[in-house]
Design a protein around this ligand. Sequence first.
Ligand code: PLI
Length: 467
Amino acid sequence: MRQIAWCTLTYIFMIYPPYKIKVIEKISLIPRKEREERIREAGYNLFSLQSKDIYIDLLTDSGTGAMSDNQWAGIMLGDESYAGSINFKHLEEAVKSVMGFKYVLPTHQGRGAEQVLDKILIKSGQVVPGNMHFDTTRAHIENVGGRAIDCAIEEAYQPDTENPFKGNIDISKLENLINKDPKNIAYILITVTCNNGGGQPVSLENIRHVHEIAKKNNIPLFVDAARYAENAFFIKEREVGYKNKSIPEIVKEMMSYMDGCTVSAKKDAITNIGGFIALNDKKLYNKLAPKNVLFEGFITYGGMAGRDMEALARGLFEGTDEDYLRYRIDQVRYLGEKLSNAGIPIMKPIGGHAVFINGRAFLPHVKQENFSSQTLCVECYIEGGIRGVEVGTILAGRNQKTGENIYPKLDLMRLAIPRRVYCREHLDYVCETVINVYKRREKIKGFEFDFESPTLRHFLSTFKKVK
Ligand code: PLI
């Protein structure tokens, strides 16, 4: 933390959008009575709602971004050859240019990349430390018998603590884990930005430190780079020594400390589908490639159409555009600050892709076993047709050994902002809706399971109101 000069950032100047709208998609707000019916029919699970019944959809920033005219133009240049598509060449060139890696394996999305990598890198019983693993990342590690261990700094679990790099790895936690048995560490994974921790960035100082430890112990270091560009923007804004560096320079430096990356292209590369693994080691590439063919598709398409690879190749560059990033991060911050100024308890500092509302603090009378953040999601839908997502007790699931519910330290409702989709008026509406729920919060009751799905319960379970 020594190198970092930081203060709470509030903008004095308004930041204007660096693009204009060429195509629109109609949305409408169905009447409240209908919203009440739709959510009841959905078993109070927001994943089961139909998108036509939602006014503002903040379920995820994944695959929901608006592609540019340049990307759509690329779509028309799709080369749908089974092998040797020119669009794969463009993707390879883009990854080399933006991230600096030599070899690329395309995958249908991020979790495809995770599955392929984990099948090769992890032996049963081995450990993968990281800051905070995303749920599919954790599930793939566990699926091959590994253990995903979160080693984020303690402040990452404190919603009110301001820290410019809350996504950082706690170096002593990591070293203690490695010192127990260095050979039992399959690889280290840094997630940028740290999604489950609130979209919080990781500093280059921290990345360098983890790199040194990995190198000393001969452990591969990978990055889950779904939000590579947003992380770079925060480094430029907050880390001493980076103010005058360009976003592409910062991205390249982040990647230079890594053996490779897994990427869900549906976030910062602003595509509706896609992903990849990228790395420099030819031997490892040769081990991964057959698994890629088996699970994802041939090495020059990996589950993507040629047109999708072209949109991705172009999106990788667009994601690093500083004007776009400044506006995007400011949009998220605008929503967060407006909510916070109205007394809504949100996770601080405001992250890169989403505002996280502290469900437990919002509804302190709803017990954690009655899913305070899920309750808040349901109420925001009823109030204004807004769809957010619970990142809390339902998502955390049960302890595999004891069967007990896991009660995570953070119980949050995430309002994820799709890229280049909504404007300030939409966000003002979201804010008004949440404030209206806040005003009547004392009367709100929680939920219990009606049907509890044994796996992936946040997607598949249904709920009933507590009496
Ligand atoms: O949804 P995928 O399979 O393209 O990517 C999985 C994935 C991996 N890492 C990280 C950090 C993610 O955030 C992630 C997916 N995130 C989703 C779907 C989200 O709503 O945040």
